[in-house]
Design a protein around this ligand. Structure first.
Ligand code: FES
Ligand code: FES
Length: 200
């Protein structure tokens, strides 16, 4: 079957088998290997990408289900040669070791900050609870996301940066849990529907 989707702003059309998983489509058909394939059972979150405006585990979404949709992968986080603050945060705070989980972590973190620009460490942990890191112990990942929140706030001049956190909906949304729009479900923490609404 033929599928057409927009990935990081570029339209791609490919002939695919109906059973092809989205993670394999991205990596093998499009050559976008930043998204990783860690478990194939919807547990690790290394494969998280955005389907339209919702993080999903692309190992539990068929490429056919993404037909006609927009996708964002880690390759699309950088804009105009400038790293996303989340990417900068992971660099500044040593938020990775082997880096295998990192693309998925960053995409979920980006979603979280889009919905909750000042998440508490607890809210960050909740949002990332559907994803596994085998290396860092998570502490530096949380610091990385906080770094991004504080620097985005500083750039916007709104004074966030206390680390206390105020908002709530997104923080409890388990974005990475990604039960998701594609109806794949997962054991790692399905987001509530409201928290996964597309940003305005
Ligand atoms: Fe592990 Fe998708 S590869 S959740
Ligand atoms: Fe190695 Fe997270 S940095 S799995």
């Amino acid at each position: 079957m033929q599928v057409t989707m927009t990935v990081n702003g570029t339209v791609y059309s490919r002939e695919v088998e109906a059973r092809l998983l989205l993670i394999h489509f991205l990596r093998d058909s499009l050559g976008l290997t930043g998204s990783h394939w860690g478990c194939d059972t919807s547990n690790c979150g290394a494969c998280v990408v955005w389907l339209d405006d919702t993080p999903v585990k692309s190992c539990t979404v068929l490429a056919a289900m993404a037909d006609g949709h927009r996708l964002l992968t880690v390759e699309g986080l950088e804009r105009g040669g400038k790293l996303d603050p989340v990417q900068q945060g992971f660099t500044e705070c040593h938020g990775l070791q082997c880096g295998f989980c990192t693309p998925g972590m960053m995409l979920t973190a980006r979603w979280l900050l889009d919905h909750n620009p000042d998440p508490s460490p607890e809210q960050i942990r909740a949002a990332l609870s559907g994803q596994i890191c085998r290396c860092t112990g998570y502490e530096n990942i949380v610091r990385s996301v906080r770094w991004a929140a504080e620097h985005e706030a500083a750039e916007a001049g709104n004074g966030i940066g206390t680390g206390t956190g105020t908002a709530d909906a997104a923080g409890t949304g388990h974005a990475a849990g990604t039960g998701d729009a594609a109806g794949t479900g997962d054991a790692a923490g399905t987001g509530d529907a409201a928290a996964q609404e597309a940003p305005a």
